[in-house]
Design a protein around this ligand. Structure first.
Ligand SMILES: *Cc1c(COP(=O)(O)O)cnc(C)c1O
Length: 366
């Protein structure tokens, strides 16, 4: 058995003719920067998500940075967010001279705990930045209510949640702005780096476009400070093909998650992910909590079962981000970091592989 955390080879082989043709079209056109493939994908992605504007950028990290720049977030501003996420979420806040203000997670969802946000709001707070971790939507109703009450922006980090839904509406449509990553291993991934900023706000979309293009609307006139961040035409061509399959692939992940949960639920040392009935979780990761994680991980690796830890160190304990919150002040995030284990999850898993994985976990705990 050749089990991968994410099997991009199996996926490519299933759609190879379409992908190869899309790439060939870009090569034939020599339109490598922007152009039709990019505008087509921006249009298709906006339509799929149900937003007015989608702007392709170079990666998900840039998407976050550009979104915050467009909202005018900068020196000494505070952005309320979660410490239990990929580094990019916090990195971009600090990069702009702003401060991440961490709110602990709800242990049931691994997402920011909305009940703990209010106590962290100050006169410097500019935005709330929830992350839909593992493809599981954050509690948007409560977050939007607080944002409205205190006049704050909401920025959705949807890097792991393309296609996920909260109360029958796609994530990315709730915030003032949402940020997407097309890193290859994401649910909708390209074959290199790629990202996107989406919004329903005309003014924000104009700013985002300008910032991503050296602060310029008219060539060689630079009105504001910008950067160079574009979605490659080749990546856009690949994404146009893959977008057609995203619902099918997310559905597969959901089915596999159900099978995992059924097979693991009898093991008392394992806690399977909770799914709330009003969200569509798209299982970017299938992440369990376990006892003796390191030993289990070693045991599984001797059986050629790859696993991963998302994430082993919460961001307030990272050397690069010391000073924003004390150790011990975000106990649920700190505990989760010690217990979580992500199992192989992708749309091309085989049921026999899931059997083998779950049986091996049973064997370890028996
Ligand atoms: C992947 C990811 C990002 C960054 O995306 P890149 O395209 O790798 O820059 C940001 N936030 C979260 C939660 C992510 O998982």
């Amino acid at each position: 058995m050749n089990i991968q955390m994410v099997d991009l080879k199996r996926q490519y082989l299933k759609i190879k003719p379409e992908i190869d043709q899309a790439i060939q079209e870009v090569l034939n056109s020599t339109q490598f920067i922007l152009g039709k493939k990019v505008t087509d994908f921006e249009k298709n992605a906006a339509e799929y998500l149900g937003v007015k504007y989608a702007i392709g950028v170079a990666n998900g990290t840039d998407a976050l940075q550009i979104a915050m720049m467009a909202l005018g977030i900068g020196k000494d501003d505070e952005v309320i967010t979660t410490p239990f996420t990929f580094v990019a979420t916090t990195e971009t806040i600090v990069m702009l001279g702003a401060r991440p203000v961490y709110v602990d997670i709800d242990p049931a969802t691994f997402n920011i705990n909305p009940e703990k946000i209010r106590e962290k709001i100050t006169s410097r707070t500019k935005a709330i930045l929830p992350v839909h971790l593992y493809g599981n939507p954050s509690e948007m109703d409560e977050i939007l209510r607080l944002a409205k009450e205190y006049n704050l922006f909401v920025i959705e980090d949807s890097a792991q949640a393309f296609g996920a839904e909260y109360k029958n509406r796609k994530v990315c449509t709730f915030g003032d702005v949402a940020c997407i990553s097309f890193f290859p291993s994401k649910n909708l991934g390209c074959y290199g780096d790629g990202g996107m900023v989406v919004t329903n706000n005309e003014e924000i979309q104009q700013k985002v476009r300008m910032i991503a293009s050296h602060g310029s609307k008219v060539r060689y006139v630079h009105e504001i400070l910008g950067m160079n961040s574009r979605l490659d035409a080749l990546q856009a061509a690949i994404l146009n093909v893959k977008l057609k399959y995203i619902d099918e692939w997310n559905q597969k992940r959901n089915e596999f998650a159900k099978i995992y949960t059924e097979k693991l639920s009898s093991i008392k040392q394992v806690k399977t992910p909770e799914t709330r009935n009003y969200v569509k979780h798209i299982f970017h990761q299938y992440t369990i909590r376990v006892e003796n994680r390191e030993e289990l991980q070693k045991f599984l690796s001797t059986k050629n079962i790859p696993t991963a830890i998302h994430y082993p160190i919460p961001l307030h304990l990272q050397p690069a981000f010391r000073g924003f919150a004390d150790e011990g002040s975000l106990p649920e995030s700190e505990l989760a970091a010690k217990q979580v284990l992500s199992l192989p999850m992708h749309p091309d898993l085989l049921e026999e592989e899931i059997d083998y994985i779950t049986n091996s976990i049973k064997e370890f705990y028996s």
